[in-house]
Design a protein around this ligand. Sequence first.
Ligand code: SAM
Length: 270
Amino acid sequence: MTTSDSLRDEVRRKYAEAAIAVAEGSGCGCGSGVCCEGDGSEDFGTSLYTVEQRVELPDAAALASLGCGNPTAVAELREGDTVLDLGSGGGIDVILSAKRVGPTGTAYGLDMTDEMLALAQRNAREAGIGNAHFLKGVIEQIPLPEDSVDVVISNCVINLSVDKPAVRTEIARVLKPGGRIGISDVVAEDRLTPEERAERGSYVGCIAGALSKGEYEAGLEAAGFEQLSVEFTHRVADGMHGAIVKAVKTRAPEAKGLPVIHAAARAGCC
Ligand SMILES: C[S@@+](CC[C@H](N)C(=O)[O-])C[C@H]1O[C@@H](n2cnc3c(N)ncnc32)[C@H](O)[C@@H]1O
């Protein structure tokens, strides 16, 4: 087993534990000490949902919120849109998105952890949502056709990916031309080396695998995105922040003279 495989297994195991803790009513996933953690000096992100959004959600969906922001507040969602949430966890952002896009729209949640998928499905049922669908799979190989999604959202998941170039290529593939991304993630200041990021927290705790602002911007640009912004919103550790990442797919990477990276050629993590 490669280091990447074992890291991904560790992530899956930890978030399965978090889902079980919520499903059994033994507290929130964060209480079990396995979610995005920071250095404890700031709230990581669960308080970034408005009171109005909270009342729209079943308790278990709110308790299972393990993100570091509120992508539904930044992504411009329109009636009839198809939205995809990468690493949908207990389903909080899928449920909120499904309500925003209305009955003519669709919200997909993609997650690799069975226990999270079961929790999300239960939460969507409890919320009476009919236009939310949860898919099992990894964000490095999205199980949707190309040009099929209007908006990709994600909440504190891309930092957990062991193959970030593959995630960007996949986002660009599934988005329609003009499609948008509105992502919350942990992002490091450019001054921090990968080793310094790892000193500030664990990989499963959403710290060690975080990209720097410059790496995020360069990666998205190489994948064919424009109108990029990576904006720090709140501190989660020294030199590390919850951030909002926005971009638009205005054209395919080939059109910019950039090589398309195929799955077999993908490697590395930044
Ligand atoms: C920090 S939690 C965030 C969950 C949710 N977005 C939220 O805000 O509550 C990370 C979630 O991403 C999932 N995940 C992590 N890496 C993944 C990957 N490579 N592919 C699919 N899902 C992944 C985990 O199973 C977990 O449910």
